[in-house]
Design a protein around this ligand. Structure first.
Ligand SMILES: Cc1cc2nc3c(=O)[nH]c(=O)nc-3n(C[C@H](O)[C@H](O)[C@H](O)COP(=O)(O)O)c2cc1C
Length: 181
């Protein structure tokens, strides 16, 4: 975890569906109040990424040239994993707790992918909750997008596979974040 970092530039190779299944199984072990499993993930590969690009362009009211740029941006990674919070009816577990679970799964999956040597960057944006973007993912009324993990290979190896790569990120001072009453 100390070595993990986001990778904004990744190559054209992505983990297979089968590899992803294994990692999602592990990520799904996060703590989950009442075990509601209030999340799902959507893989976007190949031309499916253009469905998202077109929806983002529509949401932004982009020109034809702008649309092409947005589509190219979405194509920066060979695999996008949409993170979806799925709100379950519960008198005990409010939506924020269910989002915490979905978010926890996404963080755990990021760590697992990083450890396996893949580059990951969690991306959001002002249009994440736009109707066009919701429709592109065929979200139901009780679902909310929390963004996308952009995933691909790291030229030269990811932090999981290349421990010798210098750490660019400053670590937090734990004393600033941990106090006592
Ligand atoms: C919920 C969430 C949303 C994020 N959205 C974006 C984003 O839209 N664009 C982006 O460049 N990075 C985004 N990030 C990644 C952060 O930029 C990144 O974690 C931060 O720059 C620190 O880098 P590090 O992860 O290597 O420590 C997001 C991260 C989280 C957890």
């Amino acid at each position: 975890m100390l070595r993990r970092r986001s990778h904004s530039k990744v190559g054209s190779t992505a983990p297979s569906h089968e590899e992803l299944l294994r990692l999602v199984e592990a990520a799904g072990t996060v703590a989950d109040h009442s075990s509601l499993r209030p999340w799902r993930l959507i893989e976007l590969r190949g031309d499916a990424r253009d469905v998202l690009g077109a929806a983002l362009a529509e949401a932004e009211g982009a020109s034809a040239g702008g649309r092409e740029k947005i589509i190219a941006k979405v194509r920066r990674a060979p695999l996008l994993i949409a993170i979806v919070a799925v709100y379950r009816p519960s008198g005990k577990v409010p939506h924020w707790e269910q989002e915490a679970v979905a978010s926890g799964v996404a963080h755990a999956l990021s760590l697992l992918l990083d450890e396996a040597g893949w580059g990951v960057l969690w991306r959001t944006g002002s249009q994440t909750r736009h109707d066009a973007v919701r429709e592109a993912h065929r979200l139901k009324k009780n679902e909310q997008l929390l963004g996308w993990l952009y995933v691909g290979d790291v030229p030269g190896g990811g932090s999981g596979s290349d421990a010798s790569k210098p750490l660019r990120r400053k670590l937090v001072d734990p004393a600033d974040h941990l106090s006592s009453l």
